[in-house]
Design a protein around this ligand. Structure first.
Ligand code: ADP
Ligand code: MG
Length: 350
């Protein structure tokens, strides 16, 4: 069985931008996050699913029905655009009721539905207010209520948390997370924020230059990305180009005048990808174990961050590692770096 939303070779041609061709499937009642940098085409992708943009070719299939030529209102899709999606001049009550008014639902029934969804989202107290004076978090809840009240099969959220402060975001996240199970909806949420993506996604899609370049389980994508763009985008600050050769128990990878030992057998052009937090800094007395790649280097720069110190260590002329350290090291200090062999992530260059 296919997913709730299926994109089959979907292409959208805008004047200066082309999206796709994209083939992807978003499962029933799952939380899907599409993560990509600004300008990668995330909003365009949501708009073609919503029916705001027309696909130049390919098909959009929702719940088994080809909706490629259907207008937005025939798609069972609710779309919450980027920025605040509430009508300022209306009351909160009218905002939430809005989608029901065109569906011939009697007034009493409408009232019951509005009250029930407002209760669910904790915004009953706002119903009589004008939408214009709401805080960011309140507006976002109202926008969600307005989208959910029509009982869509698919909910499209365009950067729903990006304008909220951290605390408000942390309060809204659990509410988003439960949408698929509570409302039986398939969520497609786009963002450029990887913390958000990691916390929310059942399935994660990475977008670059108008295409989905990678898809998978969030844990897998974050620790073992298949592609160098993804690795760089997700915080692998150490990406080193090298040439691999198979050995008896794995491979060796030559990069400039340094050598990595790797447990898996690979050969040819590769990228060695290492997260800063995977690299250990050894004190001079500590003996490195042989299941580590060990390099001697000199500290060139130290930047304080919330998680510790980000330290640049120069290993040779053209190789500098970024390492996360608990201690403030000093530029000029000599250090020994140890990288567990099994943590090396190697991507074949194609
Ligand atoms: P994202 O949401 O990932 O930041 P968008 O989908 O908004 O990216 O935009 C992708 C590219 O398409 C951008 O270069 C943008 O300028 C362009 N674009 C978006 N909408 C239109 C449009 N209606 N007409 C022409 N170009 C557009
Ligand atoms: Mg956008």
């Amino acid at each position: 069985m296919g997913g709730m939303v299926e994109l089959q070779n979907v292409l959208v041609n805008l004047r200066y931008f082309a999206l796709g061709p994209i083939t992807a499937s978003f499962g029933y009642r799952t939380y899907n996050v599409i993560l990509g940098p600004t300008g990668s085409g995330k909003s365009t992708l949501l708009k073609v699913i919503a029916g705001i943009y027309r696909a130049s070719s390919g098909k959009v299939v929702i719940d088994g029905v080809d909706v490629t030529r259907e207008p937005p209102e025939h798609r069972d899709v609710a779309y919450v655009p980027q920025g605040y999606a509430v009508f300022d001049h209306m009351s909160v009550y009218e905002n939430i009721e809005y989608g029901l008014r065109f569906r011939g639902i009697p007034k009493d029934k409408r009232r019951e539905l509005v009250l029930s969804i407002a209760r669910d989202l904790g915004i009953e107290y706002l119903l009589g207010r004008k939408a214009v004076n709401l805080s960011g978090g309140e507006q976002q809840r109202v926008a969600l209520a307005r989208a959910l009240i029509i009982k869509p099969k698919v909910l499209l959220l365009d950067e729903p948390l990006s304008m909220l402060d951290r605390e408000t975001r942390d309060r809204i996240m659990p509410l988003l997370r439960e949408l698929p199970s509570k409302y039986g909806v398939t969520v497609i949420h786009v963002t450029h924020d990887w913390d958000e993506a990691y916390s929310l996604a059942d399935r994660l899609f990475i977008m670059n230059n108008g295409n989905i370049v990678e898809e998978g389980d969030p844990e897998q994508v974050f620790s073992r990305p298949r592609n160098v763009f993804t690795a760089r985008f997700l915080g692998f600050q150490n990406i080193i180009k090298g040439i691999a050769e198979v050995t008896d128990n794995g491979s060796i990878i030559r990069a400039g005048n340094i050598l990595f030992h790797h447990d898996e057998k690979v050969s040819g052009d590769v990228y060695v990808c290492i997260r800063p937090e995977w690299i250990e800094i050894l004190s001079n007395e500590e003996a490195p174990s042989d299941d580590h790649n060990v390099f001697r280097g000199v500290v060139t720069e130290v930047i304080r961050s919330r998680l510790g110190y980000q330290v640049l260590v120069s290993i040779s002329n053209d190789i500098v590692f970024t390492v996360l350290s608990k201690n403030a090291l000093k530029p000029g200090e000599e250090v020994l770096l140890a990288i567990p062999r099994k943590s090396l992530h190697v991507i074949r260059a194609s």
